[in-house]
Design a protein around this ligand. Structure first.
Ligand code: PGA
Length: 269
């Protein structure tokens, strides 16, 4: 049994039209219901992040209480003249409970920096969403021994913005914050980080959170690992002490693989 309730998130990225997305969501939901009938409620929170265009349809269609919906990004701004952007309130309106922020594909290709990710995280808390903030080093950082300092700066930037908000009004919400450690060199490459590398960074993040916040809050924040998680490596990754779940890209596009990752949680058959 894990200390914190595990969380498994499927990040579908820019894949799927409405019909195929509904089908995938339905297959995952059916698998969850079967598991519920067999052995009770899944011992984790299950979340999927479809492309924006399919979220509403899935929400209308699936009616599956066992699976929550998630946005893949959101604007830091309130509704207004921001062409092409999606606000947190809009995500809530179509049934999302979570939102992924600062994914490396957005940091690298859309030039999102730590300060912007912090602003987005603050906006998500304000809009009643649970932010899943991605952090992680690239290969050069790792080779130059900068992994921990890069991750620290990414975590600190969010804490600085959230802390600075109206005399710490949002601080109590940090209990529900989720951080996903995703080494960039492991995303979509088929090469996951080793269990030693993962536990080192997760342990470091937990200590950093305790130092910046307090031990009780740090103990509640869920830390996910992401980067080529698949059924074959999920069991050893999910068993690590400070790993509270996974952010799954490629393998989440196949319902059976995604469900097999849930089955790999400690305590599961
Ligand atoms: P991957 O993606 O599982 O395909 O490596 C993970 C992610 O980008 O969140």
């Amino acid at each position: 049994m894990k200390r914190r309730r595990p969380l498994i998130v499927g990040n579908w990225k820019m894949n799927g039209l409405v019909e195929t997305a509904i089908e995938l969501a339905e297959t995952v939901c059916r698998g969850l219901s079967e598991r519920e009938r067999r052995s009770g409620l899944p011992p984790c929170d299950v979340v999927v992040a479809p492309p924006f265009t399919a979220i509403h349809a899935i929400n209308q269609h699936h009616g599956c209480a066992l699976m929550k919906l998630c946005g893949q990004d959101m604007s830091a701004n309130p509704p207004g003249p921001y062409t092409g952007e999606i606000s947190g309130i809009m995500l809530r309106n179509v049934g999302c409970r979570y939102v992924i922020l600062g994914h490396s594909e957005r940091r690298e290709r859309h030039h999102e920096d730590n300060a912007l990710v912090g602003q987005k995280c603050k906006a998500a808390f304000r809009d009643g969403l649970l932010p899943i903030v991605c952090v992680g080093e690239n290969l050069t950082h790792r080779e130059q021994g900068q992994t921990l300092s890069v991750v620290a700066a990414q975590v600190d930037a969010v804490l600085d913005v959230v802390n600075g908000e109206d005399g710490g009004k949002l601080l109590p919400k940090l209990d529900q914050w989720v951080v996903a450690y995703e080494p960039i060199w492991a995303i979509g490459t088929g090469h996951n980080a080793s269990t030693e590398q993962i536990q080192e960074v997760h342990g470091f993040m937990r200590e950093r959170l305790a130092h910046r916040l307090d031990a009780a809050t740090a103990d509640k924040i869920r830390l996910l690992y992401g980067g080529s998680v698949k059924p074959a490596n999920a069991r050893e990754i999910l068993a690590l002490e400070d790993v509270d779940g996974a952010l799954v890209g490629g393998a989440s596009l196949n319902a059976q693989e995604f469900l097999a990752i849930l089955d790999a949680l400690p305590g599961e058959a």
